[in-house]
Design a protein around this ligand. Structure first.
Ligand SMILES: NC(=O)c1ccc[n+]([C@@H]2O[C@H](COP(=O)([O-])OP(=O)(O)OC[C@H]3O[C@@H](n4cnc5c(N)ncnc54)[C@H](OP(=O)(O)O)[C@@H]3O)[C@@H](O)[C@H]2O)c1
Length: 323
């Protein structure tokens, strides 16, 4: 099958990273069509005629937004995923890679979660709608592979960051919001405030690294079961805040606001199959990734609070509560 690579969610954080590596693809944002609608998904796929699909579109938010609108996260993501996979199945698109989330997985206090745990226990209640939509995306992928012999798979990155992220102080993911807050503290003399105790442990991966894995996955035979993408075993929010201060040459105080939520204290995943499926892959070190992200922020987003926020951020506030 000939035809371009089609990227749904092509205007988002990960889609922008894919575009930099593979600009000849076709990149769709929500203004190109509402993928919650099957007729729209079918029409777009028929018109574009892709040979491969990288399905990134989704309604993405943090703990507060998910908890407040769990049913909307379930509905929108179920509709988007079902429409895209159903349209791609009808057209027998041979290669399709979708993105799950660690929110689909249960977390354990005494060990890291692996791919085998996906259906082992309930996911975190506060994002159950988003998490179950991702579980259904995993199931839909595996069934399409089994029924139709298509070479589809899914990837599960930990929290992504990088250029093109949102840097809103309240609505961005944790790294984007901390960069914004640190920059504001440095330039205005106001406190560098970090939500929560700082003890929460989170894992981060540069969006470009995930984009490299995703493009590779489209070109090689992958098992239909998901692959977790985690660059390391994680960092406390306290250490992350200090690392950002270091990169931004901020030497003032860091204030931890314990009245704000920080989600599950320890959220740790580990892939049982990444090394064998993507041998030799080298992740970008967090410090270098932060330095690159800060450079991009200073060039593109530092002057306007909402300069790089996605439209969804306005509707789904509080993404920085350590998803
Ligand atoms: N960010 C993370 O840390 C993270 C971690 C694990 C997994 N993921 C998953 O990775 C994928 C990409 O995440 P991201 O951070 O790049 O997301 P993002 O920046 O929030 O971008 C979401 C994309 O989906 C599009 N979209 C949303 N609703 C749509 C609709 N109804 N119809 C068509 N397009 C729609 C958006 O288009 P507009 O921009 O035009 O609205 C945008 O291009 C998502 O599936 C997400 O669940 C993300």
């Amino acid at each position: 099958m000939t035809g371009p690579l089609l990227v749904t969610g092509g205007s988002g954080l990960l889609g922008s990273a894919v575009r930099e590596l593979h600009p000849q693809g076709v990149f769709l944002g929500s203004e190109d069509g509402d993928l919650r609608r099957l007729d729209v998904a079918k029409a777009l796929l028929e018109k574009i005629g892709p040979s491969k699909v990288l399905h990134l579109a989704g309604l993405v938010g943090g703990v507060k937004a998910n908890a407040a609108q769990n049913s909307r996260f379930l509905e929108d993501n179920m509709l988007i995923n079902t429409s895209v996979l159903s349209a791609a199945r009808a057209l027998r698109i041979p290669r399709l890679v979708s993105i799950l989330s660690t929110c689909a997985f249960p977390m354990f206090s005494d060990r890291a979660t692996t791919e085998d745990d996906l259906q082992a226990a309930l996911p975190y209640d506060g994002s159950a709608g988003y998490g179950y939509a991702k579980r259904m995306l995993d199931l839909h992928t595996r069934l399409a592979v089994k029924d139709e012999g298509l070479a589809w798979t899914t990837l599960t990155p930990v929290t992504m960051y990088g250029p093109h992220d949102s840097f809103h102080s309240e609505h961005a993911h944790v790294i984007g919001s901390l960069i914004r807050r640190c920059w504001s503290a440095k330039t205005t003399g106001t406190p560098y405030v970090v939500w929560g105790s700082g003890r929460a442990v989170r894992q981060f991966v540069l969006a470009r690294d995930v984009a490299r894995v995703a493009l590779d996955a489209l070109d090689r035979h992958c098992e239909p079961t998901t692959t977790i993408i985690a660059a390391d075993s994680g960092i406390t929010i306290h250490s992350l805040a200090e690392a950002i201060a270091d990169v931004m040459a901020y030497s003032g105080p860091i204030v931890f606001d314990r009245t704000q939520p920080e989600g599950v204290l320890i959220k740790r995943v580990q892939s049982a199959c990444f090394a064998s499926r993507f041998p030799g892959f080298q992740f970008t070190d967090l410090k270098n990734g932060l330095a690159e992200t800060v450079r991009w922020f200073l060039k593109h987003a530092s002057s306007a609070e909402t300069a790089s926020a996605t439209p969804l951020c306005g509707a789904f506030a509080d993404r920085n509560d350590h998803v």
